[in-house]
Design a protein around this ligand. Structure first.
Ligand code: HEC
Length: 250
């Protein structure tokens, strides 16, 4: 049974008195478009800043923030017919800035950040009891991104080439899953009833082929990450390489 989870960005507008949500999670025009991380953030802002290399001290909207916000978005609350009709998409740069009332350079003055750290249960996001929570590291990342000017920026994490040898679960695979998957696939009410937050759980979807199916998008599999562009091909190759090596718990 599907449980109503929350959608961080779809509830923000409720607070703000505007109803908005992602409607079609798989708009045909989004399928197969630019890969995240390769500069194709999938938003319409043509002034986006694309960097070749990822500076470890910079937080990037397309690489870090958008996947985080999208994966903090529960499905049920986002897709009921009433809200779909509102027609506002919360999955691009401009709507994050506008609906989240982001004040560039000023996290404390930005609604998007304030609701994350609020102790007021009426304002707090994710809502207490929703079963979804952002880690302090994720909240800090949003803080840093706003402090750094809340730019519409992206970088290519694989600009130095894609090394798929010696892939480790802890160093490589978990980093990908944490950014793109884990907020939907962890805890007691995971999306699709799929948990990916422990080795044992992950291994189930390695062994039944659904992990690879979900990221490579052949017919018959639900395309992941849900409602977002396909993963960068380097990430896909790293996951495949790790699986081909026996998916070690390394
Ligand atoms: C926004 C929430 C969300 C995110 C982010 C997300 N998923 Fe999912 N996932 C879902 C939902 C919802 C389903 C159930 C889809 C369905 O049954 O149609 C699902 C189903 C799955 C399944 C089962 C697919 C199948 O066809 O049996 C796998 C495996 C999976 N997800 C892996 C991933 C991976 C890997 C990522 C990250 C790359 C990811 N998911 C990101 C929401 C999400």
């Amino acid at each position: 049974m599907k449980r109503p989870l929350f959608c961080i960005l779809s509830l923000l507008p409720l607070i703000l008195g505007v109803s908005a949500c992602v409607h079609d999670p798989f708009p045909p025009s989004d399928k197969g478009q630019g890969n995240i991380g390769a500069g194709g953030s999938g938003n319409n802002d043509t002034t986006g800043i694309v960097k070749d290399f990822c500076d470890p001290d910079t937080v990037y909207f397309a690489n870090d923030i958008l996947p985080l916000l999208s994966s903090s978005c529960g499905i049920a609350g986002c897709h009921d017919a009433a809200r779909e009709k509102e027609g506002l998409s919360m999955t691009d740069y401009n709507s994050v800035i506008n609906t989240g009332e982001v004040k560039k350079g000023n996290p404390a003055g930005s609604k998007l950040y304030r609701v994350l750290i609020s102790s007021d249960p009426d304002e707090k996001m994710p809502p207490p009891g929703s079963g979804v929570s952002l880690s302090s590291g994720q909240i800090e990342m949003i803080y840093t991104w706003i402090s750094q000017g809340a730019q519409n920026n992206s970088c290519n994490p694989n600009a130095g080439g894609c090394d798929t040898s010696k892939i480790s679960l802890s160093a490589d695979i978990q980093a990908i899953l944490n950014t793109y998957c884990i907020n939907c696939h962890s805890g007691s009410t995971p999306q699709g009833n799929v948990r990916l937050d422990s080795y044992t759980d992950l291994k189930i979807y390695v062994d039944n082929g659904r992990l690879v199916g979900s990221i490579t998008w052949p017919a018959g599999y639900a395309p992941m990450p849900y409602g977002q562009p396909q993963l960068d091909s380097c990430y896909i190759n790293k996951i495949k390489s790790w699986i081909n090596n026996g998916a070690p718990n390394n």
